[in-house]
Design a protein around this ligand. Structure first.
Ligand code: PEP
Length: 256
């Protein structure tokens, strides 16, 4: 029987600078052979180190992705980097709609949609992040917010059953707080996301990951859940020891 793929994605945010990212990538490349091919590993470094990190990790089967893109290819958009430019630099994936983009940089659902379309048009795989704030959860609006974010990003897209789209359920209150979402509740939210996407009748190959204070101590609680295809890890992915432990845990579960 074909084994299920497990997705372990590392969002390095702005935690590692150019030298640190490259040192990490080299160190990681030396141990990556311990990880089976059923474990799909992708790192999202800052933009300046992405190319050299990709050169080192690409050779050992690890993907690289952008943390954010601009939707137009070229032009007078000071400070922006387009999906096309990331693709040319070797990116296969891109995050889109990460909560730090939505809440620190005021990115709207409309902008997320434009970015997602740009990523797809370059034949990259989007990692669409959705999640509710603490206030939205407290007031019973979590499910509705997720539905709004999903519908505005995905409605009406014409894709095909082979097109991979990754959705990361990342509750805002769990990002970088050490307060991870209970695994049973994450599983419920994943089932909800799967149901909404099914209702939208978009032909695509959807995978759903959990993100929010995942570390080596709690990762297995998520990975054993049926509706959870993997994890998107922030803080704990930028420290080599915790990252290595997370991958070893995934590897152990994969071997079972
Ligand atoms: C993230 O930023 O995508 C994330 C999951 O962060 P953390 O693991 O640090 O909560």
């Amino acid at each position: 029987m074909k084994k299920k793929q497990i997705y372990i994605f590392a969002n390095w945010k702005m935690y590692l600078d150019y030298d640190e990212s490259n040192i990490f990538a080299n160190r990681f490349s030396n141990v990556v052979k311990e990880i089976s091919k059923e474990i799909n590993v992708v790192v999202f470094p800052e933009a300046l180190s992405l190319y050299t990190v990709g050169q080192v990790l690409g050779d050992v089967g690890v993907g690289v992705g952008a943390q954010n893109v601009y939707w137009l290819d070229k032009g007078g958009y000071t400070g922006e980097i387009s999906a096309k430019m990331y693709k040319d630099a070797g990116c296969k994936y891109s995050l889109v709609g990460h909560s730090e983009r939505r809440h620190i940089f005021n990115e709207t659902n409309q902008e997320v949609r434009k970015k997602l379309e740009a990523i797809l048009s370059k034949k990259m795989i989007p990692v669409l992040c959705v999640g509710e704030t603490a206030k939205e959860r407290k007031t019973g609006k979590a499910d509705k917010i997720i539905e709004i974010q999903l519908r505005s990003a995905l409605s009406g897209l014409t894709l095909n059953a082979k097109k991979e789209i990754i959705i990361a359920y990342e509750p805002v209150w769990a990002i970088g707080t050490g307060q991870a979402c209970d695994a049973d509740e994450a599983e419920r939210m994943h089932a909800l996301i799967a149901k909404i996407v099914k209702k939208m009748a978009i032909k695509a190959n959807f995978k759903i990951l959990y993100g929010g204070s995942v570390d080596s101590g709690n990762v297995s609680a998520y990975l054993i859940k049926k509706t959870i295809n993997g994890v998107l890890v922030g803080g704990a992915s930028a420290k080599f020891e915790s990252w290595y432990k997370i991958l070893k845990t995934a590897e152990k579960l994969n071997k079972k």
